[in-house]
Design a protein around this ligand. Structure first.
Ligand code: MN
Length: 719
């Protein structure tokens, strides 16, 4: 295991002014925290964070990153707390460790292949400091190097995840060496046979063509020198994984793969890059379509180089990368190559250096998030953009990405439309929570469902996602149609009963052509909506039927108080009384629960509810088809207020109106509107519109008003 002084030495090599005390404290703290914990290999656990820190010293990272690497597993795996870390090491290192702890918790959730994209975004959303990602990558690299001690199933899962998420992330951050190692280790674990076969082939080719590589190296060097360009030329073999990918992508065999050699030409200046290219292209024929100039147009991650492929000696295709020393550093170490110690060794203030480096790292996050080209990796330009999203999980670990502000209702619809439609409650992180809670990153959401539900129409305006909105609208519309269909059925039964003819579905089906409708449902809904009259349906079913108008039915109203419930077949329940119902109340002096009521069908509008004593009903005396039995069907749980109107006569004296208003307020009535008309010197007539719970409530208010000395008369107005 690495010793304390060894770690400090490693850092000192590239940063002479390192904070030795800080590194020592981190070392001791982590060692104490991990104690005797062991890894799967049987080694002491503490060796792992040290190796992670060592990997990061190769990338020449700053003290805070190295310390965070040493501490990265303490909060999640030991008794250590974030508060303690913050107190002992300061908020900067605390924030890094916190980011790593969060990512580690995400790791615990199993992930599916198709979620790679989302998971990468999640990583970026959680890690708002690129150094967190660097530590995470080093952590993964060390875990991959020691993967052999894990059970096969776990090995496979970790290797897949590495290949899908972490290797591309390293590539995106420009750390090619790390990307290649991660890919190689993943490949080796996922498909050991293929890895072995390709490695064997590569060894054979190398032994055969060793001379060739050397030849090309010497040849190229000499030709460049002849033009006054001093260059370092190194040939190297492609890695097994990239060869395997190419074999898969192009469906070619190993033998058919021509360009398994790549040469890197390192020169002094930009200018020399282009001159070297000229030499190469005049010496060997270039392969069309392979030339790329990333010097004039660098990649988003700051990668700069010239790429070309030529037909070299022995008809062997040879890939060349031409660049300067500086460009090469960035190509190898990416973001890490920009670490502060390169430029700032003689900077006066350490703090200034760190903050400059930090800014630089922040800026590169933007590049990181941008990606090479639009369809690749991350489509947004700024990492902050992911802060517009929340990432939540189903109990089975499926990742659901939602816009910020989304609710469990959005979540339910994102999982499945049926789940949304039947959602009645939810658990967030195991705790029952309201369906309108705003979800947070990493929440685990379990939707509680009940069959036969229709989502409340009000949800439509409360959800964030288009999918949820559209689904709620569709479900509501279907419910309304069901409502109309049921209403039509009631109307028809009644009409047939009045006509003294039998009604059955079969008979109605037979009459569909005469009614020019495709289905029973269409007919029922049309009658319910008032687009088709019940009399027409009766005549369609019984062409011999002559419509003799009968007098208005006497009552035909079921009541909530049960007085005459037995006199009629079951009425139409008035459920919810919300806007998504085809039922509404007469606009003036409407009914309140407890009133005897009747419904009047109006074509195109639905059913209007009147109190049975309403004078407005006289207008429908000659239209028996339009009279509908209705009754109250209110659950105590959805208690709501209903509008009512009263007429008052009061004595004219100061404060009389205040007294009246007080009575209504004391009885929990809401006054919507008061209109006054002075009748005589002594009395004032007024109309009061108020909302009440039910008839009992209204009567109580009226009784109390009558008891007031200033009130001479009170009457309810019934339309
Ligand atoms: Mn770790």
């Amino acid at each position: 295991m690495m010793r304390q002084y060894e770690l400090v030495e490693r850092v000192k090599r590239y940063n002479p002014s390192t904070d030795e005390a800080l590194l020592n404290r981190a070392y001791v703290y982590a060692m104490m925290a991990h104690g005797n914990q062991k890894r799967a290999s049987g080694d002491l656990f503490f060796g792992h964070p040290l190796e992670v820190a060592a990997i990061l010293t190769d990338l020449k990272l700053d003290d805070a990153t190295i310390a965070a690497a040493v501490l990265h597993d303490t909060v999640e795996d030991t008794q250590a707390t974030l508060e303690e870390i913050n107190k002992s090491f300061g908020p900067q290192i605390g924030a890094l460790v916190d980011g790593l702890t969060k990512i580690k918790r995400l790791d615990l959730v199993s992930k599916r292949a198709a979620q790679g994209e989302n998971f990468r975004k999640l990583l970026l959303a959680v890690a708002d400091d690129v150094r967190v990602l660097l530590v995470k990558l080093a952590d993964r690299l060390h875990n991959m190097r020691t993967l052999g001690f894990m059970p096969p199933e776990k090995r496979k899962r970790i290797a897949e995840e590495t290949l899908e998420i972490y290797a591309p992330l390293a590539g995106r951050m420009g750390i090619q060496e790390m990307r290649e190692e991660l890919e190689g280790l993943s490949f080796q674990n996922l498909d050991p046979e293929a890895y072995e076969a390709i490695s064997r082939h590569l060894r054979e080719v190398t032994s055969k063509s060793e001379k060739l590589v050397e030849e090309i190296e010497q040849d190229l060097k000499a030709k460049l020198l002849a033009q006054g360009i001093e260059a370092e030329v190194t040939g190297r073999q492609k890695r097994p994984y990239s060869i395997w990918r190419k074999m898969e992508r192009k469906s070619v065999s190993f033998e058919q793969l021509s360009d398994i050699f790549g040469f890197r030409v390192i020169v002094g200046t930009n200018d020399e890059c282009y001159r070297a290219l000229g030499v190469v292209h005049t010496t060997w024929p270039m392969v069309p379509g392979r030339y790329k100039d990333y010097i004039s147009t660098p990649k988003q991650n700051d990668y700069r180089s010239i790429h070309t492929t030529v037909i070299g000696p022995g008809r062997q295709r040879v890939e060349l990368q031409i660049r300067t020393r500086d460009m090469d550093e960035i190509a190898e170490y990416g973001i890490a190559a920009h670490a502060l110690y390169k430029e700032g060794v003689n900077d006066s203030s350490r703090l200034a250096k760190e903050s400059r480096a930090y800014q630089w790292l922040r800026r590169t996050i933007d590049l990181l998030a941008e990606g090479d080209n639009p369809e690749e990796f991350l489509e947004h330009t700024k990492l902050e953009l992911f802060h517009d999203q929340v990432f939540c999980f189903t109990p089975k670990g499926r990742l659901i990405a939602l816009p910020r502000g989304a609710t469990p209702i959005d979540f339910a619809y994102a999982v499945h439309t049926d789940v949304g439609n039947t959602a009645v409650g939810c658990k967030i992180n195991g705790r029952m929570s309201p369906l309108l809670t705003e979800l947070q990153n990493g929440d685990e959401v379990e939707i509680v469902r009940a069959d036969g539900q229709t989502p409340p129409a009000a949800w439509e305006s409360l959800v964030m996602t288009g999918k949820a909105r559209a689904s709620i609208r569709r479900a509501t519309r279907a419910a309304v149609r069901r409502q109309y269909t049921g209403l039509g059925h009631q109307i028809l039964e009644r009409a047939f009963e009045r006509a003294g003819r039998a009604f059955s579905d079969e008979k109605l089906k037979g009459a569909l052509p005469r009614l020019a409708r495709a289905s029973m449902e269409d007919v029922l809904a049309a009658v319910g909506r008032g687009e088709m009259f019940s009399g027409d349906v009766v005549r369609a079913v019984y062409p011999d039927y002559k419509d003799e108008r009968r007098p208005v039915p006497t009552v035909g109203v079921a009541q909530a108080d049960g007085q005459s419930g037995e006199s009629t077949p079951s009425g139409i329940p008035i459920r919810g009384l919300n806007s998504d119902m085809p039922i509404r109340f007469a606009p003036e002096g409407g009914a309140v629960p407890g009133d005897r009521i009747v419904g009047i069908l109006t074509p195109g509008e639905g059913v209007t509810i009147y109190p049975i004593q309403s004078s407005a009903l006289a207008a429908f005396d000659n239209e028996p088809d339009r009279w509908i039995d209705v009754r109250w069907d209110l659950e105590t749980s959805d208690r709501q207020r209903f509008p009512a109107r009263i007429k008052l006569q009061s004595i004219n004296e100061p404060g009389s109106l205040a007294q009246i208003a007080q009575v209504i307020a004391d009885h929990d009535g809401n006054i919507d509107n008061v209109s006054m008309k002075r009748r005589t010197q002594d009395f004032t007539d007024m109309t009061v519109d108020l909302t009440v719970w039910d008839l009992k409530h209204l009567n109580a208010i009226i009784a109390e008003l009558r008891a007031k000395r200033v009130v001479s008369r009170v009457d309810r107005v019934n339309g």
